[in-house]
Design a protein around this ligand. Structure first.
Ligand code: PLP
Length: 329
């Protein structure tokens, strides 16, 4: 923006709206519906999908969120995501603006209003506006927001040729903040930026005891040389809804002889690097095989059979499982 001596304008309401629309024209987004408890309803114009600047979530990071997927006009595993949302709210000392059932209903109805049949639903809880203080403003009303969007998209080659990760140089979040899905993703963002700068696809946190943690917005899991699926414990990382579901589904691969066992355990970096297969797991990536970690090639350098089998199990569950919620569009 060029520096001028012209006085700064005090804008009219109409100019503000015009400016918000101009911003969206520069940065076109595909947000199809947004519910805000502060607005008291749904808006479909992305220029109006706004939150007051003094909301505690904006200026102090005192907010939480979660994301669930929309698959073929149904919402997948929403109740698991809502359970985690409520646990995050409790740990963050955030009040709920409505009951769980009411928030669930708002999520479903915002999805219906969006008309989107495939994509993602992200929803937030904020402690509300009213001051720029450290503590929430006196009498602040918690805010609940729901955004319907296309979802995160990863390169097709992640599926076909696998993903390359590096050990991040950024420290892992302390356990309380790692198990709580707060709006502070600074370490996760910096880890991903660092990986891109160094020519990798993503990073992985290692904890202070040398155990493998998680990636930026995904969990990691391993298949040992003796065919055990091992996943890091959830006491220092986010309880990924996708990982938790896959740990159940993966058990069906044991009687088929594809896996010997499924374990949730501490995993050292050395154990991880000795794995036959490594996986990235999350609502957005689903299951992707890791083929390189730092300068170590993993397996034969291509996504392995367990990564493919788990992706199939997950996709089947998303199409026909018992964790789908009907949306009446
Ligand atoms: C830090 C972190 N770890 C793991 C995950 C995977 O969780 P989920 O499977 O619920 O998407 C996410 C995504 O929400 C995340 O942000």
């Amino acid at each position: 923006m060029p520096v001028t001596n012209a006085p700064l304008k005090t804008l009219t309401d109409a100019q503000v709206i015009e400016q918000l629309r101009a911003l969206r024209a520069k940065q076109p987004v595909k947000y199809t519906a947004f519910y805000s408890s502060q607005l008291g309803g749904i808006v479909t114009d992305p220029a109006l999908m706004v939150i007051p600047f003094d909301d505690h979530m904006v200026h102090r990071g005192h907010g939480i969120f979660d994301t669930a997927g929309i698959v073929n006009g149904k919402i997948y595993d929403l109740d698991a995501h809502l359970d985690r949302f409520l646990k995050s709210a409790e740990r963050s000392k955030l009040m709920l603006p409505a009951s769980r059932d009411e928030m669930r209903d708002i999520i479903i109805r915002t999805t219906a209003a969006s008309g989107r049949r495939d994509g993602s639903i992200r929803y937030w809880l904020s402690s509300g506006p009213g001051s720029l203080d450290l503590a929430p403003a006196a009498g602040a009303e918690p805010g609940f927001f729901v955004m319907i969007f296309p979802g995160l998209v990863y390169p097709e080659k992640w599926k076909t040729s696998g993903v390359r990760v590096m050990t991040t140089t950024y420290p892992i979040k302390p356990p309380l903040y790692a198990i709580t899905k707060t709006t502070n993703y600074m370490p996760n963002v910096l880890m991903q930026m660092e990986a891109k700068e160094k020519g990798f696809d993503n990073g992985v946190f290692i904890d202070h005891d040398g155990h493998v943690g998680e990636s930026s917005n995904m969990n990691v899991a391993f298949v040992s040389q003796d065919d055990v699926l091992a996943h890091p414990k959830f006491d220092h990382i986010l309880s990924g809804c996708t990982s938790l579901r896959l740990l159940e589904l993966a058990r069906t691969l044991v009687p088929k002889g594809l896996l010997k066992d499924v374990r949730v355990t501490d995993i050292s970096l050395a154990e991880a690097l000795a794995a036959k297969e490594m996986l990235l797991i999350g609502s957005s990536v689903k299951v992707a095989g890791i083929v390189q970690w730092d300068d170590h090639a993993i397996g034969n350098g291509a996504p392995g059979p367990i990564s493919r089998a788990l992706l199939e199990l997950l996709e089947e569950d998303m199409r026909t499982g018992d964790r789908l919620i009907e949306v009446v569009y």
